[in-house]
Design a protein around this ligand. Sequence first.
Ligand SMILES: [Zn+2]
Ligand SMILES: [Zn+2]
Length: 215
Amino acid sequence: MQKRKKFTRVVPDEIKVSELKIDDVTCGATKCDEGYHCYSKKKTSLRKYGEQRVCKECGTDLIDWERIHKNDINDSDFVFEQLRTEIIRHVFWHNQIQVEALHATYLQGKTKTREKALRLLKSRIGKYNNFMDGRQTPMGKEEIVNYAQHATATCCRQCLEAWHNIKMEKPLTEQELNFCTDLVMKYITERVPKLSADPVDEEIAKKLSYEHNKH
Ligand SMILES: [Zn+2]
Ligand SMILES: [Zn+2]
């Protein structure tokens, strides 16, 4: 099959959002007429509309920013619902997670996965790096934390500022890092509901991860 180009802006009419795969999109993609916008490009929005918190392609604002910016983990269902109105987030919520990533996650168990998530978040977004920002978190593949970071807008400092109102240049406090880790874990436990706190053995991990993608 021929590999198609990544959509960096408007997804063409003939392609449905439900058909989009992780490799098809970047964080600038939009399909405004189907209700999928892009709020992560604040500078573009500001230049075009004189407003930072509107869709950079159509200028709409469907987001309750005041509520989102409370960064209240107990309100994560609402935060996730709003995040999914961006194509890039939507795609990471609705595409399958690669079986290798699931397998590794079951082998680790929830407790170790959280430790790993915290470690990755700290090294990737703990401090702002002008040259790397936007590229420090790989797209999905064999690491579940990658999926979770893109889905929750904790993938880079630009997304983090747009969605969670944490200034780009400021090193993350322990509290902010914990909040990001909690969001990532909420995504993981929602996508992998059979994940137990402790590691499982190889045989069970294999069985669970293959069963997972069957439906
Ligand atoms: Zn739009
Ligand atoms: Zn990002």
